[in-house]
Design a protein around this ligand. Sequence first.
Ligand SMILES: C[S@@+](CC[C@H](N)C(=O)[O-])C[C@H]1O[C@@H](n2cnc3c(N)ncnc32)[C@H](O)[C@@H]1O
Length: 452
Amino acid sequence: MANPVTSIIKRILHKLKRLVALGIQRSRQLVHTRRARYHGLNNDAGICYQTVKSPLTQINLHARPIVNSMDFLPDRHSLSGTDFVIGPHVEFAKAYIANGDDPTWDYAKTRYYQLAVAGRLPFPVMGECQARMRCQKFIWMIEQIRRHGYKPREFGAIAVAPTTDGKWMVINGKHRCAALLALGEKNVDVFVGLDNEVRVQFRHLAESVWPRSSYHLSFEAMESLGKPNKDKADEIQQLIEQIKKQKLETWANIYHPLPFYEFGNLTTQVAPDTSYQRLQMILDAADGNVEDKRVLDLGCNLGFYSFSLAHRGARVTSVEMRADYHDISKRIVELYDMNVRFRNESLTPQLIDEVGDVDVTLCFSMIQWVIDQHGMDYGKQILRKISERSKLLMFDVSVNMGAACLVCPHGQELVFVFDWLKEATTYTDIQLVGQVHPYGVDTRYVFACKHQ
Ligand SMILES: C[S@@+](CC[C@H](N)C(=O)[O-])C[C@H]1O[C@@H](n2cnc3c(N)ncnc32)[C@H](O)[C@@H]1O
């Protein structure tokens, strides 16, 4: 038996170690806060708006106020939520257009350059060399747009998101937006992002800053994102209350997120990043464009992927066996007027035939349940049918972990899923495109399957 004194000492030492580690981490963060330098977004965490090309919506740059997005610089240096039109980007672009040919004009005197030198632009640059390069590239971009026009479908669109008080927040493409404003453009094609996706993109950055009280402006800007559905506010609230009472899941309100402003506070059974990481994998596999594509979402649950893709112009059919999930999704379709057809059925090969040829099929964490219900051959039959009907299959399955799962020798999980897909489907191009950890301790390997 362990000596009780030794074990108490061990516990105290362990606690002390953790306290010291936290102390070091906090001190580093304090230094960072004092220096007030921009961290940079980590685009691997989930959804990424860096090179979005569709769907595009035309907005009038002068019809609503445009504000800067979160920069997570301390409040004394932050531009978060402030008027974009009088900010350093537009100021620089206007100054260049007015004076760029004048040899006495010195871009190093601009506020934009000075912020860049100090590392305080919401862009990872710092020091004179990088600041000069940044300015030169900005001027290059202004000239490209002046000479050839803004080409969102080729080079990526400006991404904006609505705020609850009716403004546009520029999430990506500040330089393009500034150039267009300075060039006097009015109507511009942009990608209109969803508040839940933007929050996810900024979540890790938000979590990394400390103390929070020094970053009030950025948190306030993040809070302000969203497009409330004011017309249906009461009915939506009733639905949220109903969901909470229904106790659909074991430790959370819902299984995966519902991508609408009002549902943002519901807790999810799967780790928050999982759904967004998969969504980004779908978009990447579909070359970033699902506009007008036919999508079939199998075991769609409440429809996170269905709604997120429908928002991007996809025509979605979704299949879910459980009536309680299905009824909620149907109600959301009515409340938000979404273009998704939810079917409350158990998945069969006939159903896949009935839906017909599609561009994308999603089969995430569901085939193990079908196999559990109807056996392995049936599962493979479904997979084969999908491969006959769908140009692209996005797939993952639980292996060796969970209530229903496929089993294989330990360590061979990834090889097993690949071989299994190869055997069960007619796809000739099966690529591992990433992995997710829905419950933190498990790994699902995500495959994109196509015909070559
Ligand atoms: C683990 S959840 C995955 C949900 C969603 N695909 C995702 O990854 O976020 C599995 C879903 O498949 C549904 N499901 C299970 N068996 C099914 C079947 N035979 N036909 C249709 N849906 C089924 C479940 O009700 C559940 O909503």
